[in-house]
Design a protein around this ligand. Sequence first.
Ligand SMILES: Cc1cc2nc3c(=O)[nH]c(=O)nc-3n(C[C@H](O)[C@H](O)[C@H](O)COP(=O)(O)OP(=O)(O)OC[C@H]3O[C@@H](n4cnc5c(N)ncnc54)[C@H](O)[C@@H]3O)c2cc1C
Length: 309
Amino acid sequence: MAYRIETLERCFRRPPKVSFEFFPPRNDAMERTLWRSIEMLQPYAPHFVSVTYGAGGSTRERTHETVCRINRETPLTPAAHLTCVAASKDEVLEIARRYHEAGITHIVALRGDMPEGGAFQPHPDGFRNAAELVEGLRGIADFDISVAAHPETHPDACSQDADIDNLRRKLDAGASRAITQYFFDVETFLRFRDRAAAAGVNAPIVPGILPVTNFEQVVNFSKRCGASIPAWMTRLFADLDDDPDTRQLVAAGVAVELCHALHAEGVEEFHFYTLNRAQLTVAICRMLGIRPAAKVAGAAMGAEMAASA
Ligand SMILES: Cc1cc2nc3c(=O)[nH]c(=O)nc-3n(C[C@H](O)[C@H](O)[C@H](O)COP(=O)(O)OP(=O)(O)OC[C@H]3O[C@@H](n4cnc5c(N)ncnc54)[C@H](O)[C@@H]3O)c2cc1C
């Protein structure tokens, strides 16, 4: 009990910064879900909100439209994911130029994966990796650039040290922060952060938090991206396939525990993979001591009224 109160008090005293990740909608119904989620999450004053780029650039236009609409219609700072796989340098840099012209200042620069799967092959006229992409973006504008980090080592890396060297190259090329692939074990992140610091990585490494809504989907995706699923998680989600309400509660509990443990270890910023659903992320933000801005303003006004009564 003492642990829980101490953790919550620490969060209330010093709530972390948050950012939210969305994917571009494929149809009208998905568009309505996305905008309802943005509306629900906006009061939690995210540092930025990012929009993913489909495999091999398959959502190029939809990502662009979503990012620009967020920029036009909300006070949020949007970040556009951009990959360099399956495209020439000119094509990729043209997209970046369009973002710059539309007033977009933040890019999440990634290599991406081959659209049909299999080993990565750079485009003959393309960037060979995310570090080269970051360098290319620097030549277009003074973007705020985030890059990916892989606490459990990227499947293509020959070792964790080589992967951390690659992260350092991306930061040296001009990125200002790394956002991690999701993970479920606190120690995995802390060990990675220590090794990165020992290798001279000074930029913030922001943990990517995935609140699990569909366990089976997460298990399948994790096989491809190299994230491991701890045995305790398999036990927690066992037999909940047909019980979405309980699954949701368990998912919130798991993510809150993870965030609290990381916050206790000095993590001051979290990036949430929202999958365009707001409710879980809202609950987690509240458990991290983050109050919606309108409510804070309302409370301040209430206090003023009480004082003048
Ligand atoms: C926060 C986040 C957001 C993401 N968003 C998207 C998205 O919107 N769209 C999408 O398609 N994918 C996305 N991804 C997935 C990402 O594209 C894949 O993980 C991809 O396989 C690697 O991308 P990267 O930018 O980390 O690649 P890189 O940093 O280029 O590294 C990939 C691998 O190659 C190795 N490597 C790189 N350069 C060299 C070199 N010179 N010599 C030897 N080895 C090298 C690295 O060590 C690493 O193992 C995201 C991932 C994360 C963590």
